[in-house]
Design a binder for this molecule. Sequence first.
Ligand SMILES: Nc1ncnc2c1ncn2[C@@H]1O[C@H](COP(=O)(O)OP(=O)(O)O)[C@@H](O)[C@H]1O
Ligand SMILES: [Mg+2]
Length: 258
Amino acid sequence: MPRTIAVLSQKGGTGKTTTVRTLCDAFRRAQVPALAIDLDPQGNLSDYLDVPPDAQPTISDVLSGRARLPEAIHGEVVPASLDLAETELMLGGRIGREMTLRRAIADAPERYELILIDCPPSLGLLTVNALVAADEALITAEAQYFALQGTEQAMQVIDVARDTLNPDLHLLGVLLNIADMRTVHSREALGSVRERFGEAVLPTPIRASIAYAESAERAISILDHRPDLGADYLALADELMRRLGGMDDARRRLAATR
Ligand SMILES: Nc1ncnc2c1ncn2[C@@H]1O[C@H](COP(=O)(O)OP(=O)(O)O)[C@@H](O)[C@H]1O
Ligand SMILES: [Mg+2]
């Protein structure tokens, strides 16, 4: 069974989609087969990964029972589109609504070692579905004033998922993202999150740079566009594999590309 990681935060703009996208690139370098699932109706991940906007079926079709997960894999991604917002409303009225993605993921092809889920910018039913489907949760927080508050809220939803439907859910880490360590804001945010969550906080924040916007615009991974900045994500991928355990060969392969 692939191991599933949900990437979540209580709002948009914390770098979830960039993180999922770039981790997929890093895992590919380490020859770790990874599937990305776009669970955001905005479909940014699908865009980043160059899925044609009219690709069918999508995650909406999977969640509403019109398609099985393997049929919705395009390249290495299960895309989302705006109709996912409607699907979320429809799911709300169903028994077992929190379990829908978990059931769908049971069909994921065995060839994948990891599945990364890119959550929408809220802690609603779709994010709960991701947490019930996942083995691991990765929280992203923008290194700014409200980082601590946002992380606390995401942590509460993880606790609820664990206490109710997914007792095995594990916190993989808290990632401080889009951090400008030259500013007092970013340093304070990192300090307060570390004080509160200790070892759960990933050791290296992802540095802020305008190069991320360029990289998205040109559809070139930051790993290739700016290897000096991409090093943050290679370090992150390595640390996540260390925390996941059992991935030493992949860690060595990744190190060999650095
Ligand atoms: N490290 C970074 N530095 C600067 N900008 C970033 C960084 N990571 C992501 N961004 C930009 O911030 C915006 C939000 O990122 P995104 O990954 O879409 O966040 P989310 O999925 O949480 O909404 C995007 O425009 C993205 O290009
Ligand atoms: Mg996003």
